[in-house]
Design a protein around this ligand. Structure first.
Ligand SMILES: Cc1cc2nc3c(=O)[nH]c(=O)nc-3n(C[C@H](O)[C@H](O)[C@H](O)COP(=O)(O)O)c2cc1C
Length: 82
């Protein structure tokens, strides 16, 4: 999700409203324009207190073109690749 006004877009709130992610694993992945996560990890935690939250990955929009290796490393770290 992109950071909009220091928050997740409303669509993310609708998603967590509609689908009960408690007991599931949430893998945060976000892009931003300078404010990083902006507290959205805590916001997700508050919405789904009983979900397992994996270390997420956040990219500045200035670095998206060169983000491939960083994303692949992250996916490897969290066990999402072979
Ligand atoms: C309505 C709106 C609000 C935004 N608010 C923030 C913000 O508070 N902090 C931030 O770092 N970036 C903010 N941005 C920048 C977006 O996070 C950034 O452009 C996006 O993550 C990059 O993905 P995109 O190319 O799909 O836009 C905002 C962008 C929009 C359109």
């Amino acid at each position: 999700y992109p950071i909009w006004w220091y928050q997740m877009p409303m669509a993310m709130y609708s998603f967590f409203d509609k689908f009960d992610c408690n007991g599931k694993t949430v893998i945060p992945f976000s892009t931003h324009g300078g404010s990083g996560w902006s507290g959205t990890l805590e916001d997700i935690r508050g919405l789904v207190p009983d979900a397992t939250m994996v270390d997420g990955y956040s990219i500045s929009r200035n670095n998206t073109a060169t983000s491939r290796n960083g994303i692949l490393n992250w996916l490897q770290e969290i066990g999402m690749t072979e």
